[in-house]
Structures are given as C-alpha cells and as structure tokens.
Design a protein around this ligand. Structure first.
Ligand code: SF4
Length: 375
C-alpha cells in the first residue's frame, strides 16, 4: 500500500499503522500518531513528544505534511446561534494561494453542530448561492475537512461545550468530493475519546447529485442525508439549480427513496423559500405530493438575502414576507403527514449563507488593493 503523505491528518488508523511499519517502526506508532492528530489535535510533528525524535525526523524527511488552516476572520451572530469562521488554506507547492473556506458552529438547544466545507468554491452554479460565484477552485483533502472540525471543536471547548453533530453543508458539493468527505467523517467517527460523533449525528447535504446519493446509500458510514430541493417543478429547479438538468426531480426523489430503503433513515428535504419563486401555494401542494411516499422531514429555510452589493445573478432573490412564510408553512403542514420545521436563518447577521463571508472579505480586500495609495 502506498501511503499518501501530503495529508497526514487525512489518513485512517490502518493507514497510519502501515505508514509506521513502512518506516521501520512498530505499528503501534501509527496509533500514537492517530492520537496526536485526532485526539490531541496536534498541528505539527514537533509537539508529538512520545514519538521517538528519529521517527518524527523520518516522517518529515519522507514528506509528511499536515494541512494547516489560518483563521482569517470569525464572527458571532447577534442572535448567539452561530459563529462563522473564514480559514485560509495557505500556499501550494508553486507558491500560489490555495483559497479560503468557511465553517460555522451552529448553536441550537443542546446541539452544537459543525457545518463544514468540502470544496473551495463550487461547480454547481446554484443561482442563489454566493459560493457559486467563485466557480470550482479545488477539492479539500480529508485533513483540511478534519482541521475545520478541530477548530470548531476548540471553539466549543472554549465555551465550555462540546460538538455534538456534523453537517457537510458549507462551501461545495460534498458528493463531488466523495472520497475525501467520507474519509473525514470516518476519521471523526474514529477519534475515540475526543469527538465521539457517530454516523447518526452526521449529515451529508447534497444539491442533488444522484450517483453520489446512491453510492452513499451503499456506504457503511450510515450518515443522514439532506437534499437541497428548493423547487417543486423541473423548470424552476433547473433555473435556480442547474444540476437539475442532469438529474431532474423524479430521479432525485427516486434516489431519496432508495436511500431510505437501504439505510432506514428519514431523509431531510431542505427547501429554501424565495419570494414569488418557490413560495407559491402550488409549491406547498406539490411539495406535499412529491414527498408523500418518502419517509422524511421537511426543513423550510427563508432565503438568506445577500448583503447589499453582493448581488450574484441577474435576478435578485428576496426573502418572503412573514405573512407569506406563515402561509406556506401552514399550507404544507396541512397537506403532509411529515414533520415540517422552519429554520429562521441562524446567522442572518453574519453572512451565514454559504460563501457570503468569503465574498465579503475578498470584495473588501480587492477594494483595499484597488484603492490608490497616497504618497
Ligand atoms: S448551494 Fe451548495 S451546491 Fe449550490 S452552488 Fe452553492 S455550494 Fe454549490
């Protein structure tokens, strides 16, 4: 087995044991490495004091690297229900910046959920999403996903709390980075004594990548599945989520049903309510019909309007009025037997829709660099 060393934090326990023996050490050194990486959340080899200095040196000489994240900005929402972090991935071998990702700590009752990014940017071009405007930049390594988790874990600890849940719902489409995302979740599950977040507390959210859903349905991870549905007719959905042209609503609902049949876990449908676009009476009725044969939860999310100046497409999407939100919610609840919740955006005041913090910071940075310097 060839062990990739560019992402030490993204290696599974058996890979670390193999690495240790490949480098002439007993396999338990791999377990010690795992403990340093995932229990103590070490950020470099130097601090791994119970590993022989010779082993650390051999690791370093073999090219072992641990992806670091530099915190650029963090902001807590006024509601106290979300803390958002913007991380820089540093530079690649060619000296070019690798980009930035966002992660959010969501506070909800007893739950402390880490919302993590899977990619820098995103190729799927959803019309209401700030991340889409970046286009696809790169997939994250598993270690970079785990590192986001560790940083949020440290924030929770600083508050005297502990993380309870993980959702892959930040920047990017997780099912288009399947190997690295599932590896990161396996690592989170395996970090005995520290995070102890099992598959039942993990959710992968997809914009509707049907082959990825079917693959996940056969994976032993047994995570929750959330599908960002957001429209009830193909025409509207294809307009706002171009992935629908490839995998239309009927295929998506069939995949959701398969996921339930194989995993026995209710699927969550996320439905963003946008004024006059997805919040019509007919949408509520169709949503009830579409989901009628799939054991599921339906999570209504009033659209999180972008800050002024961050318009991201020709069309300006608006949050529906409270009256329209209430009307849609009532109508859907009357028409379905499923649980319907409405999540009033927890981080509305901190750019918590994916990609918004990054957009605001980079826009501000370009504004600064474009400002002529005074002599
Ligand atoms: S909403 Fe999600 S899938 Fe769609 S473009 Fe944004 S990050 Fe990508």
């Amino acid at each position: 087995m060839t062990i990739p060393l560019h992402d030490l934090k993204g290696l599974l326990p058996d890979q670390l044991r193999q690495l240790a023996t490949d480098l002439g050490e007993p396999s338990y050194r791999g377990d010690q490495l795992f403990e340093w990486l995932h229990v103590h959340q070490a950020r470099d080899l130097d601090g791994m004091t119970n590993l022989p200095a010779r082993f650390r040196q051999v690791l370093a000489e073999a090219g072992a690297q641990m992806p670091g994240l530099e915190l650029l900005e963090s902001s807590a929402s006024d509601t106290g229900k979300a803390v958002k972090f913007l991380f820089d991935l540093g530079q690649g071998g060619n000296g070019q910046g690798l980009g930035q990702v966002e992660a959010v700590l969501i506070i909800d009752g007893d739950r402390r959920t880490a919302c993590l990014s899977s990619q820098v940017g995103c190729a799927l071009d959803c019309k209401f999403c700030a991340t889409a405007q970046m286009g696809f930049v790169r997939n994250l390594h598993a270690g970079q996903i785990v590192e986001q988790l560790h940083r949020l874990h440290q924030e929770a600890q600083r508050r005297g709390e502990r993380l309870t849940n993980i959702v892959m719902m930040g920047m990017g489409e997780p099912l288009l980075n399947y190997e690295q995302v599932t590896c990161a979740l396996r690592l989170a599950r395996a970090s005995d004594g520290q995070l102890q977040i099992g598959g039942r507390k993990m959710t992968v959210s997809t914009a509707g990548h049907v082959p990825g859903i079917l693959r996940l349905s056969e994976d032993d991870l047994n995570v929750g599945l959330a599908i960002s549905l957001n429209a009830t007719e193909d025409e509207t959905r294809s307009q706002i989520m171009p992935i629908n042209r490839k995998w239309p609503i009927a295929d998506l609902m069939a995949a959701a049903k398969t996921y339930f049949d194989r995993k026995g876990r209710r699927v969550t449908f996320e439905y963003v309510l946008m004024d006059q676009v997805t919040d019509l009476d007919a949408d509520a009725d169709r949503l009830a019909v579409l989901t009628s044969s799939i054991p599921c939860k339906i999570n209504l999310i009033p659209y999180n309007e972008l800050a002024p100046g961050l318009q991201i497409s020709d069309r300006v999407y608006r949050r529906p009025s409270s009256a329209r939100l209430d009307r849609f919610t009532r109508r859907l609840k009357n028409a379905t037997r499923h649980t319907v919740t409405r999540r009033d955006s927890r981080g509305r005041d901190i750019d918590a829709a994916c990609g918004q913090l990054h957009r605001r910071v980079t826009d501000a940075q370009s504004a600064v660099s474009a400002t002529p310097q005074r002599a």
